[in-house]
Design a binder for this molecule. Sequence first.
Ligand code: GLY
Length: 381
Amino acid sequence: MTSAAALRDISPINVHVPLGDRAYHILVGRGLIETAGSRIAALGARAAAIVTDEHVGPLYADALAQALTAQGLRVSVVTLPPGEATKSYANLEKVCDAVLSAKIERGDLVVALGGGVIGDLAGFAAAVVRRGVRFVQVPTSLLSQVDSSVGGKTGINSRHGKNLVGAFHQPSLVIADTALLDTLPLREMRAGYAEVAKYGLIDDARFFAWCEANWQSIFAGGPERDEAVAQSCRAKADVVVRDEHETGDRALLNLGHTFGHALEKITAYDSARLVHGEGVAIGLSLAFRFSAFLGLAPATDAERVERHLKAAGLPTRLGDVPGGCGTVDQLLDAMAQDKKVKGGALTFILARAIGQSFIAPGIDPDKVRAFLGREIDALHP
Ligand code: GLY
């Protein structure tokens, strides 16, 4: 490690999530994985069960296990296949049994070492084993560093849909090593970046403009990457502290997700066609285009959103979905099965401008139908 890297490692950016007796810190910086063992050990557990996947485990699990052992902890590792299908009942059972076999008690720790799939599954296991043990998130993808590892949403998928079985369970610590993203496939980096840009679009026009100016350095791994991850975590933490259990404002974090989830469903969650962040990117662009369609936001803002996401290599239109986006009816049907439906009317997150989003309940499905019809017609001029 160079001395400059060592210096930065000593002082990661520290984002505090002030949730009373469940408050925790999110540490962001390059090279943090090297000191993760001592940082986790400082939480005072006697044992830790590391949950990881077959991609990440071989790279980092041994070193983390050794570092924790050196700090006097009893350590076990459970390794699962990578991919969304891992968030299943069968793997929940496997992780819970592994955690119990490792004799993890209330004061001990589950350590989620991986992307969003591992974080959600391990976090849910931690929420239910012994009615709740502590857990630490060590997110290894941009998407998990800026979204899923923060805020305490944990869970698995059911045959009825994604994330439908889960619990709110806040981590005790989040360690986001931004150097781990150096080897992330570009497609995954881009997909995670959609969530970064989202925070600017929600309520921080200055951050969006900063992203427009700095996205290349974020991708290249300059100090701007650390700042982007930290600022995303600050933005998310602010919302989570206001509304931990999503009875109000937390829904703003779903900007772009109503359209995005529908597209994920239509593409049968096939990551070869569309990954979550790509669905969100199209969803963000559509949320602004729909806002403009309804006369709420200037069309120039919708164009600016699309221009930036495109520049970062992200899809922005229904026509960008490989293999097609389905019909208007299929899209509406997919939206109707979303968690955000009440009495047939849809809740959207719309915007008056970049950085001025709001929750819009009771959106008339006919308006959505007209908008989607126009979007699909435009694909075949
Ligand atoms: N990813 C949205 C949330 O955590 O609320």
